[in-house]
Design a protein around this ligand. Structure first.
Ligand code: RB5
Length: 145
């Protein structure tokens, strides 16, 4: 990964985001934190769109978004044509989302999984790469004209 890994959360995902960012930085990854930074109630689309715009602008290529369920973040992020966001609660889907769907944004529910499982999910996502081939033609069909 040549560009920083973006990470963002709303208030419901702040605790998990903080734990994941610390773990990833400990491993030497450059993490760019798009917030939130306090436990004050806030709106997940604001953070998902900030990350989506950064992907569209080429500043980042991959991101991890955390909200209560991961659902709101994924719906919002997927409004950006350059984003393929997935919500994952276990590692297999995270790995397959990279290999078959070329997913570039991983969404996790801070109220759904614990830190240990979340790290396993992130490892599966970051450790996998797009297989291309027949999957490339399918991914090319995802976006509407
Ligand atoms: C916040 O209460 C919660 O709705 C949000 O974090 C997320 O789970 C939405 O999808």
């Amino acid at each position: 990964m040549t560009k920083p890994l973006a990470i963002a959360a709303d208030h419901a995902g702040l605790e998990l985001k903080t734990a994941l960012a610390a773990e990833l930085e400990k491993r030497g990854l450059t993490v760019r934190d798009f917030g939130t930074t306090t436990s004050a109630s806030c709106d997940y689309p604001d953070f998902a769109h900030a990350v989506g715009r950064a992907i569209e602008g080429g500043e980042i290529e991959h991101a991890i978004l955390v909200c209560g369920t991961g659902v709101g973040m994924s719906i919002s992020a997927n409004r950006h044509a350059a984003v393929r966001a997935v919500v994952c609660s276990e590692p297999l889907s995270a790995r397959m989302a990279r290999q078959h769907n070329d997913a570039n944004v991983l969404c996790i529910g801070g109220r759904v999984v614990g830190v240990g499982t979340a790290i396993d999910i992130v490892d599966a996502f970051l450790g996998a790469s797009f297989e291309g081939g027949r999957h490339a033609a399918r991914v090319a069909k995802i976006n509407l004209a």
